[in-house]
Design a protein around this ligand. Structure first.
Ligand SMILES: [Fe+2]
Length: 299
């Protein structure tokens, strides 16, 4: 059984590579680690690769990478995929800092790369922009959230943290409440990408930057009252992708205990994975989503 343990980086196709690089450097606060014709690689200020950009005709998320345990047997993982009818290939990709990868596609056609060997692409850079600590999660609209959730749990070892009714799943591969989300809708596409910042003061700094740069905040800042309970703020980048900065996401620090680390804003005591009903959550605060957010996330 393959066990994803951490999200590595997201790959985006973008029609305007220079514009996307500028956005991720100057607004998100990432570091341009490497640039080559048609491609760019951006790292967090701590030095981990978090975004790969590729020039192309569409603005879309085309890939995700996940770290597996250092002693993982890549040939055995490949056999396990083959047994489940999933075509894969082993490659030594040309992605900076990453060694051997096992590549295949998930049911919605996103390229998945598993890796265990990686290097920091720098150390403690001073950045302009928000400067998140890490890539936290990526959410997708898919034709069938149940089907995609089954793939991530059965093939990649994810655990279900929560469902909202039967159409929105939150899956974890480590202590963070969610690393991927799947929302049933008509058009398969990325819903949003989320970066973790250190604390609430950094959410405020992000909002100050959006104010200075006249970037509309399309939702927040707020504390989610339902799954994850994170404090979040959302805006759109130049490729019309919704980008979230968040902090204080629920943590399941011990899988055996089965509940999330207690917090004052929790709905249940203890807060365990469950199915939420739309509209029955409480304990959050902040404004409702704007029309711009609702439009961007319409399923
Ligand atoms: Fe999110």
């Amino acid at each position: 059984m393959i066990q994803a343990r951490r999200i590595g980086h997201a790959t985006f196709e973008t029609p305007d590579l220079d514009r996307a690089v500028d956005y991720y450097k100057e607004i998100t606060g990432l570091v341009l680690a490497e640039r080559e014709p048609g491609r760019a690689f951006l790292a967090s200020k701590l030095g981990q690769l978090v975004v790969q950009l590729e020039e192309g005709s569409n603005a879309q998320c085309t890939g995700l990478s996940f770290e597996v345990a250092p002693d993982s047997d890549f040939d055995a993982m490949r056999r396990s995929l083959t047994e489940q009818g999933i075509a894969s290939e082993l490659a030594n990709d040309s992605v900076p800092g990453i060694g051997r990868v096992l590549k295949f596609k998930d049911p919605k056609g996103t390229n998945i790369e598993l890796f265990s060997e990686w290097n920091y692409l720098g150390k403690h850079h001073q950045v302009i922009g928000v400067g998140p600590y890490k890539l936290g999660h990526v959410a997708f609209i898919v034709d069938d959230a149940k089907k995609t959730t089954d793939f991530y749990t059965q093939v990649l070892g994810f655990r279900v943290s929560d469902w909202v009714e039967d159409f929105f799943s939150f899956l974890r591969c480590g202590p963070d409440h969610h690393t991927v989300n799947f929302l049933t809708g008509k058009k398969t596409q990325m819903h949003h990408i989320a970066f973790e910042v250190k604390d609430f003061a950094h959410i405020q700094n992000a909002c100050e930057l959006f104010g200075q740069k006249e970037i509309p905040i399309i939702w927040g800042p707020l504390r989610h009252s339902g799954p994850g309970h994170n404090i979040s703020t959302y805006h759109q980048n130049p490729d019309s992708h919704t980008v979230e900065f968040y902090t204080e996401l629920d943590q399941m620090k011990d899988e055996t205990l089965g509940y999330f680390e207690p917090r004052p804003w929790h709905h249940d005591t203890p807060q365990r994975p469950k199915v939420w009903r739309k509209g029955n959550s409480r304990g959050g605060w902040g404004p409702p989503p704007t029309e711009a957010y609702l439009r961007s996330s319409r399923t």
